[in-house]
Design a protein around this ligand. Structure first.
Ligand SMILES: Cc1ncc(C[n+]2csc(CCOP(=O)(O)OP(=O)(O)O)c2C)c(N)n1
Length: 672
């Protein structure tokens, strides 16, 4: 096997420049391997033998074109000129590393270098790339995006979703497969059955190409040419680069399972040595130049490493760690001193009585008018107006680019929304039913929720969640799944119970640069009316509301529970007066308001439509127990739905719902 180089129009200087870029990650890695053996760095994913891909791709792009690399792409970071000392501090988990010690190895991004940080789950990175490409396209920029995957990652659903989205939306993205023979220990013949992975492109209706990934000039020229074509006529490309992983999956895991002959074969194709030899043969560099350059680079690497090594261990500050879970800035209605700013409050004029569904629609529409960088994405949201008609008529006003019908793929779209955030755009992603969020779960809990804390990229995304039972829709169109997200640092959860709150909180959620799960109860859509100001306004996220005053017992609740509790008050025959606190925001929940009502009544029932075990009520009860025990006259009780899936038949559903046990639970508490 040999490597055939074709310089095309490149000058000698350009060829030598590429050589320097190619050699850099190799020299760093060789030093890293020594440091690993000395135990001075931990965990290392080697890209030795694959450098021509990372380097060739990055060198062929403009500096402000985004790259979404994975764990084996050191060459992307070095070619983008990331500071070496900072890189080493990253690898050592130091304060000045790119993730302040919060992330390991290459699991970080840097917007200054237009690099998106991966999550360990691999496939989502391709969908984030789609989002960046979409934002570039919507902004009319002449830019492409490149997102990386290994051959193993092509078996993930997100690979399929990313290719399909890119094809359907004609996105200027190169989905680049580094086919290096193995996914951890699994060889390609146990990973897929097609001949070449690029052949899959036919099925997606996109261009597919296979090239020699060990030939820096072939990679470079291919990207340059594709870039030109894709800018003139936006479209995606599936680019398969053939290469080989010359070391273990990570340094500790060894290579016993790889036949020796394969190493011998691919050693002959080493991307650095072959290019070096060719440059010497062509008389472009002198035979002693490589050694001189290596020594020079190694000295630079050692200096950077020593400087990083001297930096102290990172020190933990719990307050800062917790504070950095959210991006605090004026756009979220919070000042830099972490106090809420009052963005337009509700005005006293122009109120009219509308339904919850209309309030959501109006808030969404006014937000679209206010934020030209806001895009709505979801299944059937465009001309059809969404299954609940919330976006009806939006396409006429805002166009199909901003009110985007998506293919049926929650995961891909949610990760794409993160990519849009990296380009300064806002997204509202509509789940057709909250139940279907399960197929986008990873994107929300690992990508959207954690990116800001991990490497500073916020997810300016609102996920709309038509939720709840009471409409006879069965187990997969009725669930209350807010507790799935309640446990995830980095998310906010908003759950209004009435039209006034629904509009104000939706507008606030869209203003907020953090990922917000916005729950809207389907049974309340058309069954709840209320006075709502016509103008745009926001309500503060994180604040509960007292909806009924009393001093005998507190019902702490949200969503449909508020209406059940109010009904209980109306039907009540006893003398005991009931106080009802509507939480409105579940994450972060309003501890002050909870404390106020507990101190007032001393008896608390937490009521929710969600099932009992591990529900929001468990956390609220635990918090009250731990912090307000001395004010209690009875144990905190919970009233929730049965610990079963949501049944379809109305008598079963009614029996399932917490409402059917509310009176009994309340009496139990009152008689304590
Ligand atoms: C969703 C998920 N499952 C499993 C893993 C564990 N894992 C990490 S890398 C890897 C192999 C990846 O192979 P490939 O995509 O070919 O990339 P390569 O490491 O060869 O560059 C596996 C199984 C993971 N990170 N994410």
């Amino acid at each position: 096997m040999s490597v055939n180089f074709n310089r095309k129009n490149l000058s000698n200087e350009e060829l030598v420049h590429l050589y320097k870029l190619l050699l850099k990650p190799r020299v760093i890695e060789e030093r890293m391997l020594k440091l690993l053996r000395q135990g001075r760095v931990s965990k290392w994913f080697s890209g030795i033998g694959q450098e021509a891909i990372s380097v060739g791709v990055t060198a062929a792009l403009e500096e402000d074109e985004y790259v979404c690399p994975l764990h084996r792409n050191l060459g992307v970071f070095t070619t983008r000129g990331c500071n070496l000392q900072q890189l080493f501090e990253q690898f050592q988990g130091k304060q000045n590393g790119f993730s302040q010690g919060r992330e390991r190895s290459f699991h970080f991004g840097t917007n200054a270098h237009h690099i998106v940080g991966m999550i360990s789950h691999l496939g989502p990175q391709l969908c984030v790339g789609d989002g960046i490409a979409l934002a570039s396209k919507l902004k009319g920029e002449k830019k492409i995006t490149v997102a990386f995957t290994g051959d193993g990652g092509t078996s993930e659903g997100d690979f399929h979703e990313a290719c399909n989205i890119a094809a359907v939306w004609d996105l200027p993205i190169i989905i680049l497969i580094e086919n290096n023979g193995y996914g951890l220990s699994t060889p390609v013949n146990e990973q897929f059955r097609c001949k070449q992975l690029a052949d899959r492109a036919i099925g997606y209706g996109m261009m597919g190409i296979t090239i020699d990934g060990n030939n820096i000039l072939e990679v470079y020229h291919t990207i340059k040419q594709l870039r030109e074509e894709m800018i003139a006529n936006p479209h995606p490309v599936l680019l398969e680069c053939m290469t080989f992983r010359m070391r273990g999956h990570e340094e500790a895991s060894g290579v016993k399972y790889v036949p020796k002959e394969l190493f011998e074969l691919w050693e002959k194709k080493d991307p650095v040595m072959n290019y070096e030899n060719w440059l010497i043969e062509q008389g472009i560099i002198s035979p002693d130049y490589p050694l001189m350059l290596r020594e020079e680079m190694d000295a630079e690497v050692r200096t950077a490493f020593d400087a990083a090594d001297k930096q102290p261990e990172v020190t933990a500050d719990s307050e800062k760690e917790e504070e950095d879970v959210y991006l605090w800035d004026v756009r979220s209605g919070m000042s830099e001193v972490k106090q809420p700013l009052h963005l337009p409050p509700a005005s006293d004029i122009g109120h009219r009585t509308i339904r919850l569904v209309d309030a959501i629609s109006e808030g969404l529409k006014q937000s679209m008018q206010k934020h030209p960088n806001l895009v709505i994405m979801g299944q059937d949201v465009a001309a059809y107006g969404g299954v609940f008609k919330i976006t009806e008529g939006f396409v006429e006003e805002f166009g199909k680019e901003r009110v985007r019908n998506t293919p049926l793929c929650e995961s891909g779209i949610l990760s794409a929304a993160l990519g849009m955030s990296a380009k300064g755009m806002k997204s509202v992603v509509e789940m057709q039913f909250a139940d279907f969020v399960s197929t986008g779960f990873n994107a929300i809990v690992n990508n959207l929720a954690k990116s800001y804390w991990r490497w500073g990229q916020n997810a300016d995304v609102v996920v709309r969640m038509p939720t709840g039972a009471g409409v006879g829709a069965g187990p997969f169109h009725s669930q209350s799944n807010e507790a799935w997200f309640f446990h995830v640092p980095g998310l906010k959860i908003v759950y209004p119970s009435n039209p006034l709150d629904a509009k104000g909180l939706l507008c606030a959620a869209i203003e907020d640069p953090n990922p917000v799960m916005y729950f809207e109860h389907k049974a309340l859509y058309r069954g709840t009316e209320g006075e709502v100001p016509e103008d745009y306004y926001t309500l503060e996220i994180g604040k509960a509301k007292l909806v009924h005053e009393g001093d005998g017992v507190s019902i702490i609740t949200y969503g449909a529970g508020v209406h059940w509790a109010l009904e209980e008050v109306r039907n009540q025959k006893s003398e005991i007066s009931i106080e009802i606190l509507d939480l409105r925001t579940l994450l972060p929940f309003d501890k002050e308001a909870i404390a106020d009502t507990v101190k007032k009544t001393g008896k608390v029932l937490v009521l929710h439509e969600d099932t009992l075990t591990g529900g929001i009520g468990a956390e609220i009860a635990a918090w009250i127990n731990e912090n307000l025990f001395e004010y209690l006259d009875a144990p905190v009780m919970r009233c929730a739905s049965l610990d079963t899936p949501v049944p379809f038949a109305i008598p079963l559903e009614q029996n399932f719902l917490a409402k059917s046990r509310l009176q009994e639970k309340l009496n139990l508490l009152l008689s304590y």
